[in-house]
Design a binder for this molecule. Sequence first.
Ligand SMILES: [Zn+2]
Length: 135
Amino acid sequence: MMQKIKAALGQWMTGRHGADELSLMLLITGLVLSVLGSALRFGVLNLLGLAAYVFSMYRMLSRNVEKRYAENAKFLGLRQTVTTSVRQFFNRLKNARKYKYFKCPECRTLIRLPRKVGEVTVTCGKCHHAFKQKA
Ligand SMILES: [Zn+2]
């Protein structure tokens, strides 16, 4: 019986996008919003949570795999940018006494120099632009 249900479900899901990171994120967001909405008795949050569920289901069952794949790739890129920024922010906070942080004037890459080195010529590791910098 379970085998049959599994097989039928597998067949039904054939050609559909299925679960990915974005859908999972939407499910979690929907859950959090629903719980918050109920706890705070704030109906709008419940509605937003439901919308997140529905969108997540829509994406998983979608047959436009290419478009869903592109959406997920965009989401992963954005998540990467956010994680990197947050990590850099806390690193800067932790090392603020030891290092001076600044951006490369050419490519905006974050660079650090040990404090009290005076003025030095810095070569950007990413774009190889050389410039003078005080630290
Ligand atoms: Zn650079």
